[in-house]
Every structure is written in C-alpha cells, then in structure tokens.
Design a protein around this ligand. Sequence first.
Ligand code: ADP
Ligand code: ASP
Ligand code: MG
Length: 412
Amino acid sequence: MALIVRKYGGTSVASMDHIRRVAWAVTATKEQGDQVVVVVSAMGGETDRLLKLSEEITPVPAAREQDALLATGEQACSALLAIPLESLGYRAQSFTGIQLPLITDHVHSKARIIDLKTDLIKNSLEEGIIPVIAGFQGVSKNGSITTLGRGGSDTTAVALAAALKADRCEIYTDVDGVYTADPNICPRARHIEKISYSEMLELAGLGAKVMHVRSIELAQKYQVPLVVKSSFNGMRETWIVNEEDIMENSIIKGVTLEKNVSKISLIRIPDRPGIAYQILEPLADAAINVDMIIQNVSIEGYTDLTFTIPTTDLNKASDLVYEVARNIDALEVRADNNIVKVSAVGIGIKTNPGVAARMFKALSEENINIEMISTSEYRISCVIEEKYGELGVRAVHKAFGLDATESTETGS
Ligand code: ADP
Ligand code: ASP
Ligand code: MG
C-alpha cells in the first residue's frame, strides 16, 4: 500500500464537474488499496478574482488582509471536494493551513514554511478518512493567515509529502508534464520524461510556472519522488529526479519566459561607496527580491543604476525607491513594466563556451533588442521588450535545436 500526496491545480478543479471527476479519480486510487492525501488549489480563476476585488479598493492592499482573502479560495475548494467524496460513500475531511497547522514566517504573500504538523492528517488516514488539504496557505506564529506565493499549492503538497514520508508526490495539472518550453507559447516544445531537481529549480525560478520554485527546493532537500501529470490525459508524465538518475543530457534543457518582471532605473545618482546599499536595503527589508542589477560607468562622479524586481512588488518598490531618490538627489526614477525575461537553462552551459552567443544571435535575427543580460552556471537570461517575449522564446528554442519535428500535443 503506497502513501500518495496528490495535488490538483486550479484548472483541474475549475468547475463542479471537474471537482466531481477529481473525486472519482481519488476514490479509484483508494479502491486500488493506496492511501491518498489530496491538496487542492482554488478553483481556476478564483485567486485572480479575489485579487482584483481587493485591488479595486487600493493598489497596495494591507498584506495581512490580502492573504486572509486569498486563502478562502483554497478553503472553499477543499470543502467542495470533500462533499462529493462523502456523497460517493467515502469519508473525507477538509483542512485549512491554520487547522493543521502549517506554520510559516510572517512574510505575507510569499511566506516560507517553518513547521508542518501532520497529526490530524495521520489520524484521518488511520481511520480511513481521505484528508483534503487547502493548499497555498499557512499561519504565522502571531496567528495571521499567510500565503506561499502564486502557485504555492505545489509547495504545500511537496512539504506534506516530505513530512509524511510519502512514497510519491503527484502534481496534477493541465499539461502532461514538463516541456522544453511552455507548450502554450511554443507549439514545438518537446515533452521531457525526466528532469533533474537542479534544472527544474532553474526553469521554475525563471518563469516555468508548471511548478512552484519552492516546491522543487523542498523536493530536492527531502528527496521527495515527484511526478507531473495531466488531469485530462493519462498518457505521459515527467519525473523530477536527481541528476545522476538521468542518462542523457542536452546542453540546454529548456527555455522560459518570465512575465512577472519590471525594472526600476535611478538616473544620475552620486557614484560613491554605499549608494547601492542605500537604494537596495529598503527593498531587502520589505522582502522584495531584486534580481538583475546594472550600474553604468561613472561620468563626472555620477552614474545610473537599473535593477529588476517582480511586477507584483512594483508599487511597493517604487514608493521605497522614490523616497531614497529624494534623499540622494537622483535626477529621475523610471519604472518600466513593459519588459519580460527570456532564459535558456541547462547544466551544459558552464562547460560549453559559445552558448550565450548563440542565444544573442537568435534574438538579433528576429530584430529583438536585449536590454539586460545575466548569466550563471546553469542559465543565460535576457531582458527584452514585452511584446517580443513569445517570439524570443520560440527563436531561442529553435536555435538550440530543441524544436520537435511536429507540433506539441499537450493533452490539455
Ligand atoms: P495549475 O493551476 O495546475 O497549478 P499552472 O497554470 O500553475 O497549473 O501550471 C501549468 C501551466 O504551466 C501550463 O498550462 C503551461 O502553460 C505552463 N508552463 C510554463 N512553462 C512550462 C513548461 N516548461 N512545461 C510545461 N508547462 C509549462
Ligand atoms: N491559487 C493560488 C494561485 O492561483 C495557488 C495555486 O494555485 O497554487 O496562485
Ligand atoms: Mg500552479
């Protein structure tokens, strides 16, 4: 008898019909003799709907209340799945993050898990009850509801699988696994059967939203066997495994598009020691993740500084930067959310010179201007104008020989 933690994403529970189908699938697995712990996202579109409601009131809603609001999406869905399970004659119990509890730090909208109590779940399993957990949410030590960041139900599932020492964690979504690029923007993307935790971590961190980045960190740390499958088509799947379990490796594993990226530039700031610290420290204190940073050469003691942040933090970051800019007499602050980041990811990058040049050539052949560049052992990223994002992904995908001969059938 296997213990399986199975997560259903928003599209898999988008309507009551979908939820009924999920209930049947869960009971079928139970009938095979396995134990299942289910984790659900909010019904498709619900988190966006709730976000819009609060942003109708103010562009920067109180973070604590925003999390309390968003967590209701998953709470409703967990009860909406437990009800049909019960009416099919099975015993089921829904649990929220507070009930478990899943304890997090206090960083609203991107909280990290500190501790996860599994007593209630274990008790349910012992009594033959199917636990249905509301994903994406937790509670901070001071009793406030927190959320784990967009896509965070994956992280709830992997954390539970680790804590329960489950045999595997299954992520059910609207694609039948991980592809070499988002199949919805790159029709020639190829299905990947096995991908290493390290490569999946990079892909997820750079915009491949098929998996939440922290879920991969946890899966790697606790060695959780992780598989991505489609709720709509059972033919293929992707296993996320250790690097040494993969026989074949290509230089580039995949190409990503990150849309949640904006840049802020401070023009004509004094070029003196401590200035970057003065600008970036308030952002770090506000838990805003600054990614690429470029400082121009100094002219007559002045320079310009440009950096990228998630668009979701743009309003908050702009407020903080304007304040510093006034104090240091910057000439101007410019905020731009009209950009995206295209990245090529692969463990072969560090050992294959010329990979970056190939990517730049692919973009230039499409007349796409590169605004910012960053590289690491595993990736090359270029910031470009938003309207060229999808074209850029397709061009880079093709340039690295990743295109499949036929158009992708994702089964979604
Ligand atoms: P869920 O609601 O089930 O969590 P998500 O929308 O978060 O689903 O993730 C699935 C989506 O991820 C797919 O529909 C696809 O558009 C997108 N995606 C982005 N990059 C990739 C990739 N490399 N492989 C597969 N899907 C990807
Ligand atoms: N409902 C949340 C979101 O839309 C969390 C999740 O789906 O994983 O981001
Ligand atoms: Mg998701």
